[in-house]
Design a binder for this molecule. Sequence first.
Ligand code: ZN
Length: 538
Amino acid sequence: MTDDSFHVYDTTLRDGAQREGLSFSVADKLAVARHLDALGVGFIEGGWPGANPKDVEFFARAQTELDLQHAQLAAFGATRRAGVKAPDDPQVSALRESGAPVVTLVAKAHGGHVTRALRTTLEENLAMVADTVSHLRAEGRRVFLDAEHFFDGYALDPAYALEVLRVAAEAGADVVVLCDTNGGTLPAQLADVVGAVLSTGLRVGIHAHDDAACAVANSLAAVQAGASHVQGTANGYGERCGNANLFSVVAGLECKLGRRVLPEGRLADLGRVSHAVAEVANIAPDPHQPYVGAAAFAHKAGMHVSAVKVAPELYQHVEPADVGNDMRLLVSELAGRATVELKSRDLGLATDRAAAGRVVDRVKEMEARGWSFEAAEASFELLLRTEIEGAAPSYFDVESWRVIVETRDDGSVVSEATVKLHAQGKRIVATGEGNGPVHALDTALRLALERSYPQLARLQLVDYKVRIVEGVHGTAAVTRVLVETSDGEGEWDTIGVHENVVAASWDALVDAVTYGLLRRENADAAREVGVLAGTAPV
Ligand SMILES: [Zn+2]
C-alpha cells in the first residue's frame, strides 16, 4: 500500500456472496479476487474463516495462488463470545490463522441487538470489542471495526453507539466502519451522523445496504461528509436488495468528485471487471447498470442520435470510455484494437493494424450473436491465432458427433455419445457413456484422441456453466456454455454458443481440448529452449 489516506474496500466474497442464488466455489473466489486486484481496490474481504470451512480453504490457497499486486486481504469475523478470553475463542483463532494481514471485526453498536440477539450485557459487549481488538493488534494484525446496525443504534442511544466505537479505537482499531445494516437510512440523516462521529476524532468508514435504494448515495454522502473508507460489492451483489455497488461508488468518486481512489488509469477497466465478475458469479450482467451496463450509454435511434454524434457531452453524464464503456456497442475488453495488439504481442504473434481490425470486427460480430470472451480467454486466444495466422491451431478434424439419452429398465438415465474424427492421418470412431450428454461427449472425444495425444489424460473438466442469452435485435435466444478445464498445472476457460445446449457444449469442449494440446506444445517448446511457458492464462 502506498497511500493509506482513502480505502476502497471490497466485500463481494463475504457480504456479496449472501445474495440469494449466488454461490462461489473457492476457485471462483480466487478468480474474483484477481479481477478486483486488477481493478486496484485496496482491500479484498475474503470471507469469514471462523464460520465457514470454504473460507478457511480460500485463505489457505490465497497465500500460494494469489499474487496480489495492489490489494490486501481482509478476514472477517466477530468479536469474542461473552465470557471467553479472546485468544481461546476458536472463531478468533481462525481469524489469526487465516494469514490475512487485516481483520475486520463485526461488533454490535445497538443496545437492543446486544441484549436480545447477543444476549449479554452492554458492559460485556464493550469488553468483547476491546479484548478482541487488542488481542489481534498484539498478534500484528491491522484491525477495522464494522459497527453493525450503527445508524439504528445511534438513533436509539447515541452515547452507547459512540462508546462502542471509542472503545474499539482505543484498543487499536484503525477505522470504525458505520454499517447501515438494515439499509433503511436516507442520505441527509446518514451524513449528519457521519459528521457527528467524525467530530469525536475517529477515522470513519461506511458500509451501506440498498434496501431504501440509497446505498450508493449514502456511501457518497458519507465520503462527502468526511468518511475515508468505503465498503461495497461488485455490481452491488448482496443479501436482500444488495450492498452499495462498489463500482458505482468508485466511478462517482472519481468522475464526479475528482477523488482518485484507484491507481492511475484503472477506472477504464471498470466495465471489463464488472462483466468478468458477473461471468464468474454466473449472473447475467444488468444492461441497465449505471456506468458499466451495455445500455448505460446506448442512445435510442432517432433525431437525437446525430446530435449525440456531434456533441456527445450534451447527452452523457460522463465520458463512457472513462469507465470502460462504449457509447453504442456492447462493451468488450477484447474488442479494442489496442487490446488485441497487446494480447498478440504477449503471445508472440506478429500482428498489424489490419489483422487487429479483423479480430475486432469478428469479436463484435460474434458478441452480437451472444458470445462473450471476457471469461473465455482460451477461446479468444484460439480466435486470435486463427485470424492472425490465417488458420486455427488444428490437432484433429471432426467428421461428426451424436449423442443419445436412454432410459433403462432400472429407471436410470444414461447418455451415450459417438464421435468420428481424423487425427494424425487416421479416421477414428469412439463411443463414450456418461451421466449426461455433455459428459458422454467429453468421454467419447477423449477416447477418440487418447491414442494420438496421450497427454490428454491429464485434462479434467472442472467447471461447466450454462446461461440462456436473450436474443438481441429480434434474434432468438441462444445458449452460452462456459467450460473450465485443468491439466493440473493451470486452468483455462472456453466458450460455445448455439441455439442447442449440447451443440454449444460440444464447441466449448473442442476448444478446451484444442487449447490443452496447444498449451502442452508451447510448454514443451519453451522447455526445449530453457524458458518457462508463458502463453497460457492461469
Ligand atoms: Zn453488510
